[in-house]
Ligand binder design. Structure first.
Ligand code: ZN
Length: 477
């Protein structure tokens, strides 16, 4: 491996967060009844005409601007021709030679080193349908709900030097697309998909080696594993003097290997040509400007700010800003609580733990910035210990209650102060002469009643052991 240098380029498909499809008014909602979100346009009926969804165009431009691309004031749609049962028109509307955005970049940090990954282009296209293979052996069925859902394809230059860098790029890209509301990037719902071109070359060589294309990677972890495997496989083949075949390979998650799908000779000729049904896309400067205004503070900028303003470590800042909701949560907390490091520790610790366990985002929980800071303040005031704070957090996460409410309901603040307790005990003794007499007369059970009265007066917050001690002392004398 020491003799070779890894060269990776990525092609990432991302579904745009529009409510309707790219060329018709059908809903893009996920998980609906099969073939319920379809119409003659997305089913490719003869005589229908597609019309570009303006929001899809703006979101594609927003992705381009956020990734430092030039936005084309003139681009067009082309037909990519191929036969497949999930493609009713027998062509996919895509962009070929004039994409909406090009020449961008994204900076990633791997092992503390910053690296710029150039982006060759971003183009718009429509999604295809989905084949559902019948379990009862009745062949395959097609669901056209995804047909015509707007996508962008982001193509990088072959600047990625390792599987680790590929993963870092995808994480950075995902964060940007989520921050800008361009895509929800749910890999499990297919709204972010990734293919990779992989080749090796002798260290120092400027010529590229023969590449393979790896498909079917369904998580960031799968991407890293698949690329590690493929790099290793190519290195071994080259060591053995074998030639790398230019081909498409499928990642098999269960077996942990890539498998040949088709070679270059079998590759499609898509016979691209301009779609005569769609007018060219002209984006005026003011529309591009409007989109630019919609772009919020981006993850890398936020990360730098967290490091600079709040003294967070590079690592903590990276983890927190990788997730839009967590970053916003942190920003909210520091407005009312001035120990950012402590907030970061809670986010990196307890909060991340429960979110990972339940595979949800912080926005879907009972934990709000107000509640976390309230909890931290209770701890700072000495009302509760750090151990109790974790217990209260767990309760707050499970149940929709504020820390104060939990602490009160569970009687978690203990009154251990002797003089404070003595005052209350004196009161209870003078108010309950008969119980006191009973106790002094030998009925030791009366003790329980008196302790109960003290607990009642303190709403359960008195330290019971201390109450027992003090009461006994007073009654014996
Ligand atoms: Zn439709």
């Amino acid at each position: 491996m020491a003799n070779y240098e890894t060269v990776i380029g990525l092609e990432v498909h991302s579904e745009l967060l529009t409510s309707t499809k790219i060329f018709c008014g059908c809903s893009t909602s996920f998980g609906d009844e099969p073939n319920s979100n379809v119409c003659p346009i997305c089913l490719g009926m003869p005589g229908t005409l597609p019309v570009l969804n303006n929001r899809a165009l703006e979101l594609a431009a927003k992705a381009g601007l956020s990734l430092n691309c030039e936005i084309a004031d003139f681009s067009k749609f082309d037909r990519k021709n191929y036969f497949y049962p999930d493609l009713p028109k027998a062509y996919q509307i895509s962009q070929f030679d004039l994409p909406i955005a090009k020449n961008g970049y994204l900076d990633v940090t791997v092992n503390g080193e910053k690296k710029r990954i150039r982006i060759n282009r971003i183009h718009m296209e429509e999604d295809a349908g989905k084949l559902v293979h019948s379990e009862r052996g009745g062949g395959s069925l097609v669901d056209f709900n995804r047909t015509g859902v707007p996508l962008i394809e982001i193509v990088t230059e072959p600047d990625i030097g390792s599987p680790e860098e590929a993963k870092a790029f995808l994480e950075g890209l995902k964060a940007i697309l989520q921050y800008t509301d361009v895509s929800d990037c749910k890999m499990e719902e297919g709204s972010l998909r990734c293919d990779a071109n992989v080749s090796l070359r002798p260290v120092g060589s400027t010529e590229f080696g023969t590449k393979t294309e790896v498909k079917n990677m369904n998580s960031f972890r799968a991407v890293e594993r698949a690329l590690n495997y493929e790099v290793e496989r190519q290195a071994e083949a080259l060591e053995d003097g074998e030639e790398i075949i230019q081909e498409t390979r499928r990642w098999d998650e269960d077996r942990g290997i890539t498998i040949s799908m088709r070679s270059k000779e079998e590759a499609h000729d898509y016979r691209y040509f301009p779609d005569p049904d769609l007018v060219p896309v002209v984006m005026k400067e003011e529309q591009i400007e409007k989109v630019r205004q919609e772009i919020p503070e981006l993850p890398n900028d936020k990360k730098e700010r967290f490091i600079k303003d709040f003294n967070l470590s590079e690592y903590d800042a990276s983890v927190i800003t990788a997730d839009k909701s967590l970053a916003e949560f942190f920003d909210e907390c520091v407005k009312t609580y001035d120990e950012p490091k402590k907030i970061a520790n809670w986010i990196m610790g307890e909060i991340s733990r429960v979110l990972n366990e339940d595979q949800i985002g912080i926005e879907d929980t009972n934990i709000s910035p107000e509640r976390l800071t309230e909890l931290l303040k209770l701890e700072d005031e000495g009302t509760i210990s750090n151990k109790i704070a974790k217990e209260v957090f767990e309760d707050m996460y499970q149940n929709d209650k504020s820390p104060k409410q939990i602490v009160e309901e569970k009687g978690l603040v203990q009154i251990s102060d002797t003089s404070e307790l003595e005052g209350i005990i004196d009161q209870v003794i003078s108010e309950n002469p008969s119980a006191v007499e009973d106790y002094r007369g030998g009925k030791k059970k009366a003790m329980g009643f008196l302790v109960g009265q003290v607990m009642k007066k303190t709403k359960g917050k008195a330290n019971p052991q201390k109450v027992n001690e003090l009461l006994q002392e007073k009654l014996e004398n």
